[in-house]
Design a protein around this ligand. Structure first.
Ligand SMILES: O=C(O)C[C@H](O)C(=O)O
Ligand code: SF4
Length: 514
């Protein structure tokens, strides 16, 4: 095979997957948009999401800043050299990372160092299979870390919050799937897609679940029971009312695909792989001799364009109060904010995610004076130009709940007034917001191009030893928009949506498939 051409084909596959959402996914997002009432928080979020999808396409830049775990599924004709194929994929991954199409995302689990090129033990994942065809089938999924954290594996029988006992039968499986959607809330950037694996052992069960994510969104299960199960979940999961980003709303789930395999007599696993709306997976057929792409998968049907006229109309109809803030922010300004307000930030904000929070929790001082400042839970994709100036290529929020053990203390100790992230935070942070006078702002997860566009300059960076996603970037922004979802008066939209969706989950307790 012509390896140089094959490497180029893999590079194209990687760049397209990272920047161009497949048509089947676009159609699902479009359907969700049509269901949502104009002016609601969910409708406005979907608007941001579709604007972001378009921007990523036009800028040829990552849809979401989180490259996730690049996972390839490759089928090769008998006799193809898989070692050569692997080497070409590694080189293509390295090049795409250099070109800022992927964020350096491979981190040493013990010392926290970032390999910088997306290569390292276990990264990327490449799964080979042989087949009798004469061409190569190469598929790629970039599944982000936030939604990966919302995967869940059930061992039946079990007792589930809200929905009760799940036994070792189809109805027990149904309950697990409904529960999996509930437990993800908005943290995996809902509305999401789920792949479900029934049976296997703990690892093959998850593999089967993830394999379902390679099915087309519109495909129909050939297995009669599983088809009914998929249809049931698609019909009812949206009744949980979790909505886009967990803001409440009509659409919580965009796709559900279920696979089954045998199990051991003692084990009965139901494994669920949750994928965010930024469902980046594509595939190509590659000629085994020339290495050229001959066909793209998941791209059938007409172009799916998103109507921008509608977004302006929705903005007008929105009843949210819009407040503009510029740091340093006073306690008084923060105490005026209530859940539901829309905040537009101008001026400076500082990124801080896992490594920074751990660092600040024991540090005597912060690299910059954070009094009255805004912290953004974000690990951006960055590019340095020839003059040594940094540019933001993608910069959406990361899941905030991971900072729950640290956030409240850090806000109080350093005088931080606002944190921006996604998915909300827990009771400890809510209490600290009340005591100190702080606010939690929810940005739209995955909208990495939309937010990168609000960033007008990179004024500095600290703690680069933590790697690009984990460093503290000093960002100057204009019109950075987020919604107050936790305020200093004890209100949390996340707490409310969790409570109401748990109540709704209880409605699905009665047997359906018995
Ligand atoms: O790592 C990130 O930037 C985001 C992550 O995928 C998340 O959803 O929290
Ligand atoms: S930030 Fe959201 S959209 Fe991006 S990878 Fe994480 S879960 Fe997916």
């Amino acid at each position: 095979m012509n390896l140089e051409t094959f490497q180029k084909s893999m590079y194209t596959l990687i760049v397209e997957t990272s920047t161009n959402l497949p048509k089947d996914v676009r159609r699902a997002v479009k359907r969700a948009k049509e269901r949502e009432n104009a002016g609601t928080r969910s409708a406005m979020s979907l608007d941001t999401i579709t604007t972001n999808i378009k921007m990523a396409d036009e800028n040829i830049s990552p849809i979401c800043q989180d490259t996730g775990m690049p996972t390839f599924k490759i089928k090769t004709p008998v006799g193809a050299n898989q070692l050569h194929i692997q080497k070409a994929i590694y080189a293509a991954i390295e090049q795409a990372t250099k070109d800022s199409k992927l964020r350096p995302n491979s981190v040493d689990s013990l010392d926290g160092s970032n390999s910088g090129n997306n290569l390292g033990p276990g990264t990327p994942v490449i799964k080979f299979e042989q087949w009798e065809e004469d061409y190569i089938d190469a598929r790629l999924i970039l599944k982000g870390g936030g939604c990966e954290n919302k995967n869940i594996q059930y061992s039946l029988p079990c007792e589930l919050d809200g929905i009760g006992k799940a036994g070792r039968d189809l109805d027990g499986i149904r309950k697990c799937i409904m529960h999996s959607v509930y437990q993800a809330q908005g943290q995996g950037c809902s509305a999401g897609f789920i792949g479900v694996g029934i049976g296997g052992d703990r690892s093959s069960g998850y593999d089967l679940a993830k394999a379902q994510l390679f099915r087309g969104v519109d495909d129909v299960n050939e297995h009669e029971d599983l088809r009914k199960l998929e249809e049931y979940v698609m019909e009812h999961a949206n009744e949980l009312g979790i909505g886009t980003m967990g803001f409440g709303g009509e659409t919580t789930l965009l796709g559900c695909k279920v696979g089954v395999m045998n199990r051991l007599p003692a084990s009965f696993f139901v494994s669920v792989a949750y994928n965010c709306w930024a469902y980046r997976r594509l595939g190509v057929a590659v000629h085994a001799e020339t290495g050229e792409i001959s066909e793209w998968f998941y791209q059938d049907g007409e172009e799916v364009s998103f109507d921008t006229a509608q977004s302006e109309e929705q903005e007008v109809k929105s009843e949210s109060r819009v407040v503009t803030l510029e740091a340093p922010i006073t306690e008084e300004q923060i105490r005026e904010l209530k859940v539901g307000d829309v905040v537009q930030i101008n001026g400076m904000m500082y990124t801080g995610r896992d490594a920074i929070h751990k660092h600040l929790s024991t540090a005597d001082s912060a690299p910059v004076d954070l009094n009255g400042q805004v912290i953004y839970h974000c690990g951006p994709v960055m590019m340095k130009d020839e003059d040594g100036q940094w540019h933001v290529k993608a910069a959406g929020p990361t899941t905030s709940i991971r900072e729950e053990p640290y956030q409240g203390d850090i806000m109080k100790r350093f005088g931080i007034r606002a944190v921006i992230g996604k998915g909300g935070m827990g009771p400890k942070t809510l209490q600290a917001l009340g005591e100190h006078g702080g606010v939690y702002l929810n940005a739209i997860g995955g909208a990495a191009q939309y937010y990168a566009d609000c960033i007008k300059g990179v004024e500095g960076v600290d703690l680069m030893q933590f790697g690009i996603p984990e460093a503290m970037w000093h960002l100057r922004v204009e019109g950075f928009t987020a919604v107050v979802t936790m305020d200093s008066h004890g209100n949390s939209l996340h707490k409310e949506v969790d409570k109401s969706s748990l109540e709704k989950l209880a409605k699905f307790k009665e047997p359906v498939f018995s």
